[in-house]
Design a protein around this ligand. Structure first.
Ligand SMILES: Cc1ncc(COP(=O)(O)O)c(C=O)c1O
Length: 546
């Protein structure tokens, strides 16, 4: 692993190292990787602030402004990348590379610009994107140390595990860590039902644990029924094509996740996109769709259905959808509404019921609620919850039911047990406390970053907290500098974001302590000087992020 250089005085470094040691020492799963005897939550979460009375929150957003200097340097960095890539590409045309990356007879995995991007940009900095871990995704995580060779073409593991404060996993409520009651339920399920279903639901695959999960999750969401799929991405990708056809108009937010984009594309539905959060544009699209129908230039033929597709929390922006507004529009134009709650279910709303609860919207006003168990529930898989006839239809006709193995029984049990904790059915208030703690932690960390002068996207209640870097060239050094100070982060660039909108995406967990978060804030303050990220301290001449 290459070593980052930073400018810190030795006394400050000693103090920081001592603080880090203490934080890491309080996480035993790294050292022992086994079931803990004590519940984690009671020992680790910071004291709760008084419960809030308001469930309904209006989003408070700040438009980010950055200095001309940042804008210019970001563009110059990108141009330099391009020039160097062009020179290398031209050279390789004359002198083809003899190494194994250019295997004859193999089709490229990606084509055109993305192939070029992978070879000339991504591969050179991929060390900061693909770090393997050797621990639970707990508040402290074990990063497998590796050395890189030949410009990141090859990695070699040193066998050492580096512990770091984990600000990158979607372990929002901390249930991917060990909570003994949940872990024992899961272990019992492995004993009773085994590890896998070994067939799809329409064959012999639906285990009792999955059936229980479907029933209990539908009740949790306030829906008549739910269908569970073994993979979150697959829930959209395989579920949407059975719901829509050519006579459907899908009106989709520009920032929707690729599982939604690909699912809608393969459904054959006509797609219209509206700019993220641009509700005027959404209204125009809906109005025109109703007035003009399927054939604007010909005889009037109405759309069989018009479906608005949005997410609860946008995972690269940390923004919570203004659901009240969308519901108002969907009702006005008699459209259907599909929400992907991958990041919001469990994480927001007073009782973890997601964006409907957060925004004070009746779940009955949302036609289809979809979500995944990979975030707040510390498991895997996804669900589609809706009316009974719709879910029954999916059970008969979707490829979720026909072609996928069902969710593994222990994974289903994990979700059921977490749900019991969230609902207090386990006889504790751990679930309620975790939800409240997540909210407090998210707010504390977001506000802390903003006070330090970073450009932070998203809403206060969101546990996804993106900090803008803009400049592509800063991603690798930033990630490396933070790791060398014991903080594991996720950096995000193209194609997940536009080319000039690279960012760090912090994910806060309920199990982070105030000390953890304060430590990361202090590290960010120091490191920002090395990578020049304190944008707000410079004059803003024009707005960059639109
Ligand atoms: C909005 C959204 N939908 C679907 C998915 C896919 O879920 P999974 O990772 O559980 O397959 C994700 C993944 O993060 C997501 O952010």
């Amino acid at each position: 692993m290459s070593t980052a250089v930073f400018h810190e005085d030795p006394a400050a470094e000693m103090l920081r190292t001592e603080r880090l040691k203490q934080l890491i020492a309080s996480e035993d799963s790294i050292a022992e990787n086994k079931v803990n005897a004590e519940p984690l939550a009671e020992a680790r979460v910071s004291p709760l602030l008084p419960p809030t009375t308001e469930d309904v929150e209006e989003p408070v957003r700040e438009e980010p402004h950055i200095s001309t200097w940042t804008r210019v340097t970001s563009i110059v960095t990108l141009l330099l990348f391009y020039v160097m890539a062009y020179i290398r590409e031209s050279y390789r045309k004359v002198f083809p590379h003899p190494n194994k990356f250019y295997r004859k007879g193999y089709a490229p995995i990606v084509k055109d610009f993305d192939d070029y991007w992978n070879r000339r940009f991504y591969r050179r900095i991929r060390e900061c994107f693909t770090r393997p871990i050797d621990s639970r995704p707990s508040r402290v995580i074990g990063i497998m140390e590796r050395t890189v060779k030949d410009m990141n073409s090859e990695f070699e593991y040193t066998g050492k595990i580096t512990p770091a404060i984990n600000l990158g996993s979607y372990n929002y409520l901390g249930f991917a860590e060990d909570t003994p009651s949940i872990t024992y339920d899961v272990l019992d399920t492995i004993d009773d039902l085994g590890l896998a279903s070994c067939s799809g639901p329409q064959e012999l695959g639906q285990s009792a644990a999955v059936a229980r999960l479907e029933k209990e999750f539908a009740a949790f969401l306030g829906k008549e029924d739910a269908l569970v799929c073994g993979m979150g991405f697959g829930t959209n990708f395989r579920g949407l094509p059975s719901l829509f056809g050519k006579d459907t108009l899908a009106v989709s937010d520009t920032l929707n996740h690729s599982s939604l984009v690909n699912g809608v594309r393969s459904s054959g539905a006509k797609v219209k996109v509206f700019k993220h959060d641009a509700f005027d544009q959404l209204e125009t699209i809906l109005r025109e769709a109703v007035i003009l129908g399927q054939t604007p230039a010909g005889e009037y033929k109405p759309w069989r259905r018009i479906v608005v597709i949005i997410e609860g929390i946008y995972s690269m922006e940390g923004e919570i959808i203004n659901l009240k507004k969308v519901v108002e529009l969907k009702k006005k134009y008699k459209a259907l509404l599909f929400i992907d709650e991958a990041h919001s279910i469990g994480a927001i709303g007073r009782t973890g019921r997601g964006v409907c609860e957060h925004c004070g919207v009746d779940p009955k006003d949302v036609d289809v609620l979809m979500g995944t168990f990979t975030k707040s529930f510390g498991s895997i898989g996804g669900y589609i919850a809706s009316s009974k006839p719709l879910v029954d239809y999916l059970r008969q006709h979707s490829s979720i039911a026909l072609h996928c193995d069902t969710l593994a029984p222990p994974c289903a049990q994990q979700v059921v047990s977490v749900l019991n904790v969230i609902l207090g059915k386990d006889g504790t208030d751990l679930g309620r406390k975790r939800i409240q703690q997540l909210k407090e932690n998210s707010r504390f960390f977001r506000r802390g970053l903003m006070d330090l002068g970073f450009i932070v996207l998203g809403d206060d209640a969101s546990p996804v907290i993106p900090v803008m870097c803009y400049n592509l060239g800063k991603l690798a050094p930033l990630s490396e500098l933070l790791l060398s100070r014991g903080v594991a982060i996720v950096v995000v660039g193209y194609p997940a974001t536009p080319l000039l909108e690279s960012r760090v995406r912090f994910c806060v967990s309920a199990t982070h302590t105030r000390e953890d978060l304060q430590y990361v804030l202090d590290v960010m303050r120091d490191v920002s000087k090395d990578v020049y990220m304190d944008y707000r301290t410079h004059s803003s001449i024009f707005q960059y992020h639109q």
